[in-house]
Ligand binder design. Structure first.
Ligand SMILES: [Zn+2]
Ligand SMILES: [Zn+2]
Length: 356
């Protein structure tokens, strides 16, 4: 099977490209590995509702959400050979348990790891407020007053993971060069005021956007990502259209494809089965299958995805190669988010592709 595939490739591609394909599998420098989802083809992975992805990019190892159940998460981490002691940071997209219940397992392996989470008042990730927030009445006897009338300057409120190194994020923040946490708030009935972080990595190919549940709306998140760089290269994760009507799905798919001109989608988690179908139909070969255990190899080259008529390069190994790595040291370098970058948008981006 593989021999047949290699021969087919040889017909389609030059020897140089073949070398690049082999290197893609071996180098595995920049990739996203889905560690948790309720579908997938990798028999070694347990399936469960929830989301987790290991994002390895630009020399950083980022855990985006740790799934719905600590034991299942631990088993999947082990199945993929992921070293949790060697992470740069963790992102908790939002306070729903299907995205954070595995955090205890992460902290057991790596107690001091930085954990970014949305800033919620009195939330589960811990918070604080200046004591000036509440009204005082100095005529009261001390025993009727909070803190005997002498409150601390800052009042701290606890977290469910005491001792964890949380950094809560309230507004869109570039946490490392080219790596931005998009902070938005849901306005949808049922999750109104729910805060959510999405991960936007500004690469030389455009923005790689990792979304947890997209409660603020996938279109709003993509709009925010497009403000960093209008070229949206890939969206991975849950689009939250799992109970949406056909009309709503159709509108969202059209916006992604025709308004934002998203290049590739790798939907998972709460995207929804009818939305998988609609996205597959709209995006064709630019729909990247990404279930539990799928590794998305990221890289830059002149081509996008499989070349026309070509099957995914390492489909049988659950390795979806959609860009072929050329021979270079940093195939997936990030672009620092700066004013010039935003202003120049596509122009800067396409120039960046040619220089690496
Ligand atoms: Zn959620
Ligand atoms: Zn979810």
């Amino acid at each position: 099977m593989k021999t047949t595939h290699t021969m087919a490739l040889a017909v389609l591609a030059s020897a140089a490209v073949l070398t690049a394909v082999t290197e893609t599998a071996a180098a595995a420098d920049s990739k996203i590995t889905i560690l948790y989802d309720a579908f997938g083809t990798d028999a070694a992975m347990k399936k469960d509702w929830g989301f987790s992805a290991l994002v390895e990019v630009a020399g950083k190892r980022i855990l985006f959400d740790p799934g719905n159940d600590g034991e299942t998460f631990a088993a999947n981490v082990k199945a993929k050979g992921v070293d949790l002691t060697n992470l740069d940071f963790v992102i908790l997209s939002h306070r729903h348990s299907d995205h954070m219940a595995g955090l205890g397992h992460v902290l057991t392996a790596n107690p001091k790891i930085k954990v970014y989470a949305p800033r919620e008042g009195f939330g589960i990730f811990g918070s604080s407020l200046p004591s000036s927030f509440y009204r005082k009445d100095e005529s009261l006897a001390p025993e009727m007053r909070y803190y005997d009338g002498k409150p601390p300057d800052v009042m701290k409120f606890g977290t469910a993971w005491q001792g964890a190194n949380f950094e809560t994020i309230d507004k869109t923040t570039e946490v490392a060069p080219g790596i931005t946490l998009i902070a938005l708030v849901s306005e949808a009935p049922g999750t109104r005021e729910l805060k959510e972080l999405s991960l936007a990595i500004n690469t030389s190919d455009g923005v790689v956007l990792v979304v947890g549940c997209s409660h603020p709306g996938i279109e709003k998140i993509v709009e925010a990502a497009a403000a960093i760089n209008p070229k949206i290269h890939l969206i991975v994760g849950g689009f939250h259209l799992v109970v949406a009507t056909d009309d709503v799905i159709s509108k969202a798919v059209t916006a992604l494809k025709d308004v934002f001109k998203v290049e590739n989608v790798a939907p998972g988690h709460c995207t929804g089965e009818p939305t998988f179908a609609a996205l597959k139909q709209a995006f064709g070969s630019r729909y990247i299958y990404a279930g539990a255990g799928t590794m998305l190899q990221l890289g830059s080259s002149a081509g996008i995805g499989e070349r026309r008529g070509e099957r995914p390069a390492l489909e049988g190994d659950h390795l979806t190669t959609y860009r072929k790595l050329a021979r270079r040291e940093n195939p997936f370098r990030t672009l620092a988010q700066n004013k010039q970058c935003r202003k120049m948008g596509r122009k800067l981006n396409s120039r960046a592709v040619t220089i690496i």
